[in-house]
Design a protein around this ligand. Structure first.
Ligand SMILES: Cc1cc2nc3c(=O)[nH]c(=O)nc-3n(C[C@H](O)[C@H](O)[C@H](O)COP(=O)(O)OP(=O)(O)OC[C@H]3O[C@@H](n4cnc5c(N)ncnc54)[C@H](O)[C@@H]3O)c2cc1C
Length: 560
């Protein structure tokens, strides 16, 4: 293919997307003095990352060290190996190694070069009993930041479906889900201050802080600009990007490289149906995540992998941008509730962090989901004990199915009544026994932590009206994308590197798939993989076009 001669703009690095992976990469290269531009398709900055709780899993981090908690990259690697599903180590080990070693540096780098500050949360690893697992010290979330610090971009940070007025820890410590009024009163003065100072926590703080760091180091941002095509030179090296900005096609040169961090493909109906056949409930990410990055990388020879992996997370219906949307909440972890499959049988512990894996389980022959449609079944205490659910049920009147008997509920949701009633009776028997003989609900350290003690994990389903809510796959982000090496460089099917092309976050073939070894294992790795790509780009000796890099004006002391 002939190299395109005409360029509308020239940069050292172009970053596609403005979520956690993108901004981390942009910060790293901008601090190194490379001229970077962020290309964001939406009018909003921050992607799913801005909407998120920003629970961030970074092992061996300096906050844990300061708190006297022992951890190391070797422990983290041992944990990734011991906790991940069989078969993953063979393909992902080199990437886990790169992540485990870079993650603490990425976090320190971000805190050194941006106003973003993290604090530890109390969440343990979900399999802390396995080799390398920890009871705490690896999960962090950002402290609140005022949006004013990003000046004219303050109104451009993507809003969330979650209440970012609260910090991640306040949500859990105050039990916002079960006691919203008390949780609010508990921190009311802080909330008022945050309202007055336009401060927000969680994903809003994450993006505000990263963006401020990028801007301070000379990085530029273009919103409402969709990357549509990667431009290779005659050797197949990526040298630029075609961008659609408000209907006008522009060609942007990238002397050092292009980082694709455009998130998942969940809003691309065709790709979603191909890789996730069967029942789906809700999507939780912005509608602009349509797999453009995956498509562009495949078009220049990038090998795609893990396309059937995703962040499958329990969600309830809400509205976002005036359209139906998913709000991730672990609403199934309720005392008087169980999940049943289409046969009316339980198939997983309802407190399992990776319940999404069980929900998404496929038939090895047909590739179709084995358990769907699935249902959350509860008695009338479900809504009383969780006001947000009651609110949601009022706003989405068709969401819950109600019946005065289990027999009627079974016929309304179309599951075999006899098997269904036996399942409820068996679960009630386990409640009386104080032990779930089928799925050991509430027994593991993680499930005890989530239930607030094993005594709290199970309660009889006996009081009508009985309720059923759909419990199919809700997706916060697909995790399939371009296969990359330890430097984030995109690889061809034969393992060769596509020079000048990098991928991070959910646009890469994510080394942690549907099965997550801990909460925060999308944002933490995303920040790290963005950092790794940026670090590789900052090391000019690795690049074909290094000789063409222009000195950065800021680096030379020139006022911008
Ligand atoms: C409500 C909610 C809470 C969550 N909480 C957590 C949590 O606590 N911890 C955790 O680890 N994970 C959490 N997640 C998941 C996590 O937020 C995502 O997996 C992660 O943010 C994805 O990051 P990313 O950088 O890969 O993509 P994104 O943050 O989605 O960014 C991708 C960006 O690329 C842009 N884009 C797409 N195509 C183009 C194009 N062609 N040109 C230019 N731009 C393009 C999109 O508009 C978007 O802004 C949560 C998700 C949700 C919805």
């Amino acid at each position: 293919m002939m190299e395109i001669e005409h360029w509308d703009e020239s940069h050292d690095v172009l970053v596609v997307g403005s979520g956690s992976a993108a901004l981390s990469a942009a910060l790293r290269v901008s601090v190194a003095g490379l001229r970077c531009k962020i290309i964001e398709k939406s009018e909003w900055i921050g992607g799913t990352s801005a909407m998120s709780g920003a629970g961030t899993w970074i092992p061996a981090n300096h906050h844990a060290t300061a708190a006297g908690l022992k951890d190391s990259s070797d422990d983290a690697l041992a944990y990734l190996r011991s906790a991940s599903p069989a078969g993953w180590q063979a393909r992902e080990d080199h990437l886990w190694m790169a992540f485990a070693h870079a993650a603490p540096h990425a976090l320190r780098f971000i805190e050194t070069h941006s106003p973003l500050r993290f604090t530890l949360t109390r969440e343990p690893d979900i399999l802390q009993e396995r080799e390398g697992g920890k009871a705490g010290g690896r999960m962090l979330s950002p402290k609140p930041l005022s949006k004013w610090i990003v000046g004219r971009y303050a109104g451009k940070i993507r809003p969330s479906t979650l209440p970012h007025l609260f910090t991640y820890q306040e949500v859990y410590d105050g039990n916002l889900y079960h006691r919203p009024v008390q949780a609010t009163l508990r921190v009311l003065p802080r909330l008022i201050w945050r309202l007055l100072s336009r401060s927000r926590a969680q994903g809003s703080a994450l993006i505000t802080g990263l963006l401020k760091g990028c801007l301070e180091h000379g990085c530029r941002v273009e919103t409402d600009a969709r990357a549509v095509e990667l431009v290779p030179d005659t050797n197949g090296h990526i040298v630029g990007l075609v961008v659609d900005a408000g209907g006008v096609r522009k060609r942007y040169r990238a002397f050092a490289g292009v980082v694709i961090a455009s998130g998942g493909f969940e809003w691309n109906r065709e790709m979603l149906t191909e890789h996730f056949p069967g029942e789906l409930d809700w999507l939780g990410s912005p509608r602009t995540n349509e797999g453009d990055g995956q498509r562009m990388m495949a078009a220049v020879g990038g090998a795609l992998a893990h396309m059937d992996q995703a962040n499958v997370y329990p969600s309830i219906p809400t509205q976002y941008e005036r359209k139906p949307h998913g709000l991730p909440i672990t609403f199934q972890a309720a005392k008087h509730a169980i999940i049943v499959n289409r046969n009316g049988k339980r198939f997983v512990s309802e407190y399992d962090f990776n319940i999404g894996v069980a929900v998404d389980r496929r038939d090895p022959v047909t590739g179709q989901p084995q358990n769907l449609p699935a249902w959350l079944i509860a008695d009338n205490r479900l809504l009383k004990e969780a006001p947000p659910l009651a609110w949601c049920a009022r706003r989405s009147p068709n969401w819950l199915v109600k019946a005065d008997s289990l027999q009627d509920l079974a016929s309304k949701i179309g599951v075999p009544a006899t098997a269904f009633k036996e399942t409820v009776a068996r679960f009630n028997g386990f409640c009386r026994l104080g032990k779930d003989l089928d799925f050991r609900r509430g027994e593991s350290p993680w499930e005890q932590f989530k239930a607030g003690g094993s005594d709290n994990a199970m309660g009889l389903i006996e009081r009508p009206p009985f309720l059923a809510a759909p419990f199919n796959r809700s997706i916060l982000g697909t995790k399939g994308g371009a296969r990359t090496n330890e430097l984030g460089q995109v690889l061809r099917e034969n393992g060769a590197i596509i020079q000048g092309l990098y991928a991070a976050g959910l646009a890469m073939a994510n080394p942690i798939g549907t099965f997550a070894v801990a909460p925060g294992t999308t944002i933490g790795p995303n920040l790290t993989w963005g950092f790794i790509c940026g670090e590789a780009l900052a090391n000019r000796t690795r690049y074909e076009h290094a000789s063409e890099l222009k000195p950065n004006r800021r680096q030379m002391g020139v006022r911008q």
